[in-house]
Unconditional design. Structure first.
Length: 465
């Protein structure tokens, strides 16, 4: 059953978005404001490189896009467990892949599939129990099925798995077909894996499997391969996220394993010498066919949002990033001081999609600065300027709590999602496909909860005058 919450969007008087007044060149080439600086902004597009027509880097005096208003949100389904952790959904993750619970769920379209990158994953029978460090899992759904109906993820989600012979679960319970395959990292040549993984899975003996809070934060498709941004924590006893790195998954296959090659470290906060200023620990990413745009946060769930970019052609080489200074609308070679594109210090994990269907870019994330809220912001280009927040979900909203708090602990019936005395929501990630038009569009996204440990699929409908 789908529950619907009709919500009135937050009024955003004066929140204006810039787009180009016209002209044949949507890339908006311009002269830099400082010596050696570039203000060239790549054409704003989604991951599949469909361009948003007529948009350039935001500048004063350009025509303005209206900020969309939220009409309603829907719970599409729960992906992993239903009323309680051991109660399976139609995806049957417990027995198909020995998955009891997981979080995050970062979607990326690549080669006919939407890959969904999950975070710390708890096993159902015999593997990765609560109380130890947990590896990451990877799911997939056919892209064509999701385009036709996003609810395909409710019963067609499958996980990458080990062979039954290499799995422990089937020996403990014949209903379990196989164990999920854990994300595995190989270090760059000349480097030790301990430079990147500080909290290995299990009891610490699985050195190449990132563990708790060492999770994917963003992913992009380029050529035949997938590239993932990952986080690194301080230590097994201090799971503060302190660094990030880029890993490559060569030629992914639904019959293969998530074996990744680490390319290089991106940023760090262990000291003051982070290559990107320590502002890019959790990294959401979108592309325009030329650049990868990185939306970074530093101090976890207490950070403003900064923007960097790098040519896709140079993605595998260390360095080469530019950072965007929102105060001057200027790109600078990193490292360089830069004002954030969103200056509210309440963000950690984030998600960004730029879409021709929406006619704009959309930012979606938990904002912890003023309570526990999921907010959306909009812009004409990856650089912005970005609108003020549109509140999508609010843990202080009585209507939201009435619809989604479990009335009895571990008896989360229907669209009840949280044991609200113990947990809230986090980890919202936009799916690549958007339905509708720029004046009336619907997005689909994942949202996580810790108790019960689960990922739900939501949709939200917006209108723009």
């Amino acid at each position: 059953m789908v529950a619907r919450l009709s919500l009135v969007a937050v009024a955003l008087s004066g929140a204006l978005l810039a787009c180009d007044a016209g002209g044949a060149n949507p890339s908006g080439d311009g002269a830099g404001a400082a010596s050696g600086a570039s203000t060239t902004a790549g054409t704003s597009t989604n991951v599949s490189s469909t361009s948003v027509s007529g948009t350039t880097s935001g500048t004063g005096g350009a025509p303005q896009l209206p900020t969309p208003q939220l009409l309603e949100t829907d719970v599409v389904c729960k992906l992993i467990n239903e009323q309680h952790p051991s109660d399976p959904t139609a995806n049957l993750t417990h027995t198909r892949a020995n998955v009891l619970g997981t979080d995050l769920g970062i979607p990326l379209e690549h080669d006919g599939n939407v890959w969904i990158f999950f975070g710390d994953t708890v096993g159902y029978k015999g593997i990765w129990p609560f109380g130890e460090s947990h590896p990451d899992a990877v799911g997939h759904v056919a892209a064509s099925a999701l385009v036709a109906d996003p609810s395909a993820a409710c019963d067609e989600l499958r996980f990458l798995r080990l062979s039954p012979g290499d799995s422990l679960g089937p020996s403990l319970d014949p209903a379990v077909e196989a164990d999920f395959a854990s994300a595995h990292m190989a270090p760059p040549a000349g480097h030790d894996i301990g430079e990147f993984i500080k909290n290995p899975s299990g009891d610490g003996s699985f050195k190449n499997l990132p563990g708790d809070f060492e999770v994917p934060s963003g992913a992009l498709s380029h050529g035949a391969d997938i590239y993932l941004f990952y986080t690194t924590v301080e230590s097994p006893t201090n799971i503060t996220m302190k660094a990030s790195y880029l890993a490559k998954w060569s030629s992914p296959s639904t019959s293969g394993a998530p074996n990744y090659q680490i390319l290089y470290g991106v940023d760090q906060r262990f000291d003051a010498r982070g290559p990107l200023g320590g502002d890019f620990i959790n990294i959401a990413v979108t592309t325009d066919g030329t650049y990868a745009y990185l939306y970074g946060t530093g101090d976890y769930r207490a950070s403003a949002v900064h923007l960097a970019r790098k040519p896709l052609a140079d993605l595998e080489a260390p360095g080469g990033f530019e950072v965007y200074d929102a105060a001057s609308s200027t790109w600078f070679a990193a490292p360089h001081a830069n004002a954030p594109i969103i200056d509210v210090p309440g963000f950690g994990e984030t998600s960004v999609q730029c879409s021709a269907t929406m006619g704009r870019c959309m930012f979606l994330a938990e904002d912890s600065f003023a309570g526990n809220r999921i907010v959306a912001r909009f812009a004409a280009t990856p650089e912005g300027p970005w609108s003020e927040s549109v509140v999508v979900h609010d843990m202080s909203n009585p209507a939201f709590l009435a619809a989604h708090c479990c009335q009895q602990e571990n008896q989360c019936v229907g669209d009840q999602l949280f044991n609200c005395g113990k947990a809230g929501f986090y980890g919202t990630y936009l799916f690549p496909h958007v339905a509708g038009t720029p004046s009336d569009f619907t997005v689909t996204y994942t949202m996580s909860t810790w108790d019960p440990y689960n990922v739900a699929l939501f949709s939200a409908r917006f209108t723009a005058p």
